[in-house]
Design a protein around this ligand. Sequence first.
Ligand code: COA
Length: 416
Amino acid sequence: MSKPLEGIKIIDFTHVQAGPACTQLLAWFGADVIKVERPGSGDVTRNQLRDIPDADALYFTMLNSNKRSLTLDTKTPEGKEVLEKLVKESDVLVENFAPGALDRMGFTWERLNELNPKLIVASVKGFSDGHHYDDLKVYENVAQCAGGAASTTGFWDGPPTVSAAALGDSNTGMHLAIGILTALIGRGQTGRGQKVAVSMQDSVINLCRVKLRDQQRLDRVGYLEEYPQYPHGEFSDVVPRGGNAGGGGQPGWVLKCKGWETDPNAYIYFTIQGHAWEPICRALGKPEWISDPNYATAQARQPHIFDIFATIEAWLADKTKYEAVDILRKFDIPCAPVLSMKEIANDPSLRASGTIVEVPHKERGSYLTVGSPIKFSGLKPEITGSPLLGEHTDEILSELGYSKDQIANLHAARSV
Ligand code: COA
């Protein structure tokens, strides 16, 4: 099966999570992704949170599959020369260094564009260019706080809360991948590369758009009827934290199932979709609610939505989360069990679809990682293990035209 990005060469000058998530995605779809790493140390995640001594950490392996690794000290004259050759032969350079690092290395946009006018230069930064915080170094949770996610996540009586989902890192990487693919199509039309920049703050804001919707509704009417604060609690002038409330006009909540006292994930998410009210009443054995004026419409239900949830929890008390979902699915009710990472790791459907895959690694043995969440009819991405530090250095240098002796000299000078 041919891979659509075959023939696209990417200099992967990324580290940690945001950049590597982007280039890993492009590698799955066929791009030749060359991860450029500092000799001796490499991407810092190779060493972070190790579970096996002396073997690359899962933090690294799960973000760098399907890539090749080239060690290169781009601050030495010889290293710069190698990078220049690579730039001339590549389609895309992706980086997520701290602001100004690439310029300090001597590879400004102007210089890169001069070396290869067709090159697309793609960057992740914490804040966008010109923003009053554009000099800041940024990690995941900083972005979640600056992007509106933390102030709107959690419970109203607790502090701002960050999500476990990598809204600042991997999400930004996905935005950048879309930018790169767009620029590649653009290059097909103009013949020229361009700069593509995505900030982590902006990417979080893009996912928090419904909260910006809510801010404007709150400004206009003073309340938000789908939030738990309505109608009995107080609203201030900012969007409050809404706990587990559904954010899109369908009330919902995380509800306890059998075993919740000992199992922290014995819960389902239950959604009360407006037109599913009748099947919900039938499923719960409450047919009298169907025509009761206190329950019949979404507006009538909202003032006592938590009494309704309590009734559903009483119904759930003797059912496991899986049994409950098996009953509710017959009534076409949008719901799902709360799954632990252990359950996800062992889920046969996720293995069969290739969303969770087991891949070999030279030092670790096999490990679990994520496969493509995007499914194609004409492409089945094949996920391979991550490269060892510098595993492909000699191979890549010889592709660039370096002789065996020249490669040996580069090693001796510690430039690769
Ligand atoms: N050869 C020589 N030098 C190299 C190199 C190589 N192959 N690769 C990196 N370096 C140098 C850089 O040029 C930089 O040098 P400088 O400070 O003298 O300019 C240095 O290594 C450190 O890079 P930096 O990006 O500052 O790393 P850091 O560990 O201090 O900061 C981040 C890490 C993530 C906070 C920072 O890179 C950042 O804010 N990135 C943008 C936002 C982002 O992507 N954050 C999310 C990460 S998941």
